[in-house]
Write a protein that binds this ligand. Structure first.
Ligand SMILES: N[C@@H](CCC(=O)N[C@@H](CS)C(=O)NCC(=O)O)C(=O)O
Length: 199
């Protein structure tokens, strides 16, 4: 969703190849030749192959959206702030917390039950997401006063939290709804829905 959303924000003419997680499609020889991690998303740009959602989003903006403002210019305070938010979201709101919850509650059949880890993950998410709530009290933007890819990464993560029934503050729900109304989000959502819904 992150990569498709960014591609649509940039108006890129690209070929989406929808691959479902846990369908076995990420484990084929052909797919693992592209990404030995066996995970989506993967970007193929001519002969260049790139994995990791934040790396893909940042590459697309740096390469094809220099004037879009979606990725702050290198060597600026705004770029440092963008990097800071992306690292924070991936690690503190995703890998340590929501992903633990996902694996050990919703996907416990595959990954094993771990109730204490699930409780700690929810508490950890709530503590860390408060930082975003404070930062977004009087603005809809994480970096500067405009929409950047940091808001793509944050919005998709908060959408995840909502889908996993982790309570968010009214302000964070408002922020999420605000960005999820963007045409590029809606187009990317329609594109990926058939995969995420298992259809
Ligand atoms: N750090 C990676 C995480 C990617 C990831 O975990 N992808 C999941 C789906 S959201 C996946 O491909 N899982 C492999 C599978 O379930 O087959 C990123 O942000 O791109």
């Amino acid at each position: 969703m992150r990569a498709h959303w960014m591609a649509h924000e940039l108006g890129l003419d690209y070929e989406p190849k929808l691959i479902g997680s846990r369908t076995g499609e990420t484990q084929t020889d052909a797919f693992r030749a592209l990404n030995p991690k066996g995970k989506i998303p993967v970007l193929e740009d001519d002969k260049f192959v790139l994995t990791e959602s934040v790396a893909i989003v940042t590459y697309l903006g740096d390469t094809y959206g220099k004037d879009s403002g979606l990725i702050p210019v290198s060597n600026t305070v705004e770029r440092a702030r963008y990097n800071e938010w992306c690292a924070f979201i991936q690690m503190e709101l995703d890998a340590h917390t929501l992903y633990v919850l996902r694996k050990h509650r919703d996907l416990a059949v595959q990954y094993g039950e771990a109730p204490a880890a699930v409780t700690t993950a929810i508490e950890g998410f709530r503590t860390q997401v408060q930082v975003a709530d404070d930062a977004l009290k009087e603005t809809n933007y994480l970096v500067g006063d405009r929409f950047t890819a940091a808001d793509i990464i944050m919005t998709t993560t908060l959408k995840w939290a909502i889908a996993y029934e982790v309570a968010l503050t009214p302000r964070l729900i408002e922020y999420t709804d605000f960005h999820a109304a963007r045409p590029a989000y809606l187009t990317a959502g329609r594109l990926t829905f058939s995969i995420s819904s298992g259809a």
